[in-house]
Design a protein around this ligand. Structure first.
Ligand SMILES: [Mg+2]
Length: 232
């Protein structure tokens, strides 16, 4: 039986609900708009959230500012900056802190995530996770071509931990990004489908993009990790 030498995680919607980050970011954006544009913050927040709930992505501030007759060229970049740099009000999914503590005591842990570096660091700080991980790989906005499912972030994390891929596992939520590169390297993979997760209903484009195993939460994760150790 070969023990796992590293357990690596995705951040957004794997360890905490990304919806909560979006809510928190829109609250910050609405507070900014109240100050700068005189749009009442609770009305503003409800309007932003309604766009999100109706599936709008990427053009929310444009649509919202246009509806209020505000100058999009001037204000969209500022709202994006407020959203990205705000200190988020977010919490881990149930049981995650205890699980990470248990794992951390016996196996090095890693985190692989991507996006704006300040945003991702603010999330880690809000969740009080920084001390938990032996390695944190954040692929920033300038390195978009190396975002998952590219293999590079996995290779970086495994190199830093000094662990071979076959002795490691990657745990994520998004079948478009999280598992393809990891599997190509020979890592074990686990997908978590939290009920409120934004990618929970997403179908993998092909079997190569799906994880070895999917779980509805982390209640049985330790057993699944033990099963990887037995089969190898
Ligand atoms: Mg994710």
């Amino acid at each position: 039986m070969a023990r796992l030498k590293a357990v690596l995680f995705d951040l957004d919607d794997t360890l905490y609900p990304e919806r909560a980050f979006v809510r928190s970011g829109f609250k910050a954006a609405a507070a900014f708009a109240e100050q700068e544009l005189g749009i009442g913050r609770s009305t503003g927040f409800e309007e932003l959230w309604a766009y999100f709930e109706s599936g709008v992505r990427g053009s929310t501030y444009n649509l919202w500012l246009e509806a209020h007759g505000a100058d999009t060229e001037r204000w969209v970049p500022q709202l994006v900056e407020v959203y990205r740099s705000h200190k988020p009000e977010i919490e881990l999914y149930p049981g995650v802190r205890q699980l990470l503590k248990t794992l951390c005591a016996r196996t090095p842990l890693g985190l692989i995530t991507e996006g704006n570096t300040t945003t991702q660091r603010n999330k880690l700080a809000a969740l009080d996770l920084e001390a938990m991980f032996g390695v944190v790989v954040i692929t920033d906005m300038k390195e978009r071509s190396f975002w998952k499912p590219h293999m590079r972030p996995y290779i970086n994390a495994l190199d830093k931990l000094g662990v071979e891929a076959a002795r490691s596992v990657y745990i994520g939520d998004n079948p478009r990004k999280d598992f393809f590169g990891a599997r190509q390297l020979g890592m074990h993979t686990v997908r978590v489908k939290w009920p409120e997760g934004l990618n929970t209903l997403l179908q993998a484009d092909s079997p190569a993009y799906e994880a070895d195993i999917s779980l509805p939460n982390f209640d049985n994760l330790l057993e699944v990790l033990a099963s990887f150790e037995e089969e190898s």
